[in-house]
Design a protein around this ligand. Sequence first.
Ligand code: FES
Length: 60
Amino acid sequence: MESMEQGPVEFHLEPHGPIYAKGKLKIIDSKGNVQELEEAYFCRCGRSQNKPFCDGSHQR
Ligand code: FES
């Protein structure tokens, strides 16, 4: 996989919800799997079944 260009990343904290990140994101899990995204919502409530991403569980 070719590496993405670097650039600024913005983070926005959603009230009582996830962290929204926008930019060139490279996410590496504990097994070394790499995901390259341009935006993502990261869970900060601990309830998501799809960590590190928000799955909407914070609303329940
Ligand atoms: S912030 Fe949305 S599931 Fe945790």
